[in-house]
Design a protein around this ligand. Structure first.
Ligand code: NAP
Length: 252
């Protein structure tokens, strides 16, 4: 398997360091939460232009960004934006949704909706913008994932599944897009203090911890950005026996 991959996908050796100064970027779901912070941080880092994608562009209030209409579940919306934004060099797939529900209880419409935004939305945007990134020299795609890509909690099982799928997609995209010199970065973090986690108990990092880690990761050409201890511990736990991540309460 590794030999096949190395022959098919590693033909281009690309080592260029990503410069954020002067770059043109698109952030999806940039009207609030982590996406809003990503857009703000890119402006502060000297990006020439930051397109802030939002279902309702009027909800984008930050000065210094360019509000654009984007619903990642809508093929026409994604295609129209790609036709309009030929100058993008960095795409941040941040838009995401999730609501607590146990696996046996979740309404299938809700389950499909979470996949449509978190997985298919990421895929749709990547497909539409990959040719633009290629024309602009390669650039990068960033996918906003989660520590829950690697760890299932019953109440968030469908959300976790969407992020596991998006992690797999991230790794496959990295292999395919290497040919055109596009870096693909996955960002993993535990709870962040946003609307998404408003009803959840637990330690939460500030949105700026996520943007700081991503910008540092982009500058250091990292493929995977682990923002906090939670994501680092869960990642390390994957190579341990299953009981390291899922201890048996009966055995305690
Ligand atoms: N918060 C956390 O603890 C945490 C941890 C790990 C990963 N993440 C991930 O980080 C990303 C941002 O999360 P957040 O905490 O900032 O969530 P949030 O505060 O709830 O914001 C979600 C954003 O996604 C947008 N969005 C939802 N559906 C969309 C669609 N169909 N098309 C375009 N945009 C859409 C929302 O726009 P509207 O205002 O129009 O709804 C909003 O801008 C998500 O991918 C999430 O899974 C979050």
């Amino acid at each position: 398997m590794c030999m096949v991959l190395s022959e098919s996908f590693h033909a281009t050796d690309w080592t260029s360091t990503m410069q954020l100064e002067g770059i043109t970027a698109l952030v999806t779901g940039a009207n609030r939460g982590i996406g809003k912070q990503f857009a703000r941080a890119l402006v502060e880092a000297g990006a020439a232009k930051v397109y802030a994608g939002a279902r309702d562009p009027a909800s984008v209030t930050d000065p210094g960004v360019v509000a654009v209409q984007l619903d990642v579940t809508d093929d026409a919306s994604v295609r129209a934006l790609a036709a309009e934004l030929g100058d993008v060099q960095l795409v941040i797939n941040n838009a995401g949704v999730g609501a607590p529900a146990l696996p046996l209880d979740i309404d299938l419409e809700q389950a499909r909706w979470e996949f449509d935004v978190n997985y298919y939305g990421t895929l749709r945007v990547a497909q539409a913008f990959a040719p633009i990134l290629a024309r602009n020299g390669g650039g990068a795609v960033v996918n906003m994932l989660s520590a829950l890509s690697w760890f299932a909690m019953p109440q968030l099982s469908n959300y976790s599944a969407t992020k596991s799928a998006a992690w797999s997609l991230t790794n496959a995209l990295r292999l395919q897009l290497r040919e055109q010199g596009t870096r693909v970065v996955g960002v993993h973090v535990g709870y962040v203090d946003t609307d998404l986690t408003a009803g959840l108990e637990g330690d939460k990092v500030h949105v700026s911890a996520v943007s700081d880690a991503l910008l540092a990761g982009l500058r250091a050409d990292e493929d995977e950005v682990l923002v906090d201890d939670t994501s680092r511990q869960v990642r390390a736990g994957l190579s341990a026996p299953l009981s390291a991540l899922y201890p048996d309460p009966a055995a305690a």
